[in-house]
Design a protein around this ligand. Structure first.
Ligand code: MLT
Length: 242
């Protein structure tokens, strides 16, 4: 297995695709996606463009639709929700399709949507992602951080390291790029102090400035959800069932 970590979608190769791409946006899109599907959402449909989200979501019966929009960490006018995973409770999302657009996470999904397999990872469902990858053994695996408008995000890298660690520990034949080796070291250093790390991260500070401390604390919880969001059509994620 070859495991490549890319800090942002912009850094992924444009002339190749992996066997499997894991999109990571710990604060908060992929945490929100895992939480919503775990709480019973029918699907999550990701859009990088707000107008397209509004247009497509209008074609479904209103009672089946939930619109979640975030820009700059704040809720988009005209959406039902922002991008807080804490809003995705069962009574809110059960049986509905979550139409989601965020500053970076949904763009990362769009970047890799042509990969044969696209799944999403966060700290909350890390082990479920690892279990899936250990079973499927993709030859080439990309762990794609969402970053922030093209810049590096600590929290996405630490999650990439959390996913990759066991593969490198179990098999000396596993290879990867320098970024994944750095990400593993980051996770080994901070695994028991993820909230503290998120408080140091630029987007963590942005969210603290928006009074979202509870989001940081939730997004830092490791292996609490047994859910694997998997793409069935470009931009559409459902809960994987084996
Ligand atoms: C992103 O897309 O960068 C994040 O999900 C933004 C957020 O939810 O705060």
């Amino acid at each position: 297995m070859k495991i490549f970590h890319y800090h942002t979608p912009e850094l992924t190769p444009t002339d190749s695709l992996p066997d499997c791409a894991v999109v990571i946006d710990v604060l908060r899109a992929t945490t929100t996606i895992a939480t919503a599907l775990n709480a019973g959402a029918e699907a999550v449909q990701a859009f990088s463009d707000i107008d397209k989200l509004m247009q497509v979501s209008a074609s479904l019966p209103p009672e089946k639709v939930l619109r979640a929009g975030e820009r700059g960490g704040a809720k988009v006018e005209g959406c039902d929700l922002g991008n807080s995973p804490l809003d995705c409770t069962q009574d809110v999302v059960q049986g509905k399709r979550l139409f989601l657009t965020t500053t970076n996470g949904t763009r990362a999904l769009q970047r890799v949507e042509k990969s044969p397999v696209v799944i999403t990872g966060a700290m909350v469902n890390r082990q479920t992602v690892v279990d899936y990858l250990q079973e499927k053994q993709p030859e080439t695996l990309w762990l794609v951080g969402s970053g922030w408008q093209g810049a590096y995000s600590l929290e996405d890298s630490v999650c990439a390291g959390a996913i990759a660690l066991s593969f490198f520990q179990a098999d000396p034949a596993v290879v990867g790029n320098d970024e994944i080796i750095g990400a593993i070291a980051l996770y080994q250093q901070w695994q028991s102090q993820l909230v503290q790390m998120f408080e140091l991260a630029s987007h963590g500070k942005r969210l603290l400035g928006l009074d979202c401390r509870e989001d940081l604390e939730y997004c830092a919880k490791t292996d609490i959800l047994d859910v694997l969001p998997i793409q069935t059509e470009p931009g559409i994620l459902v809960k994987f069932s084996s």
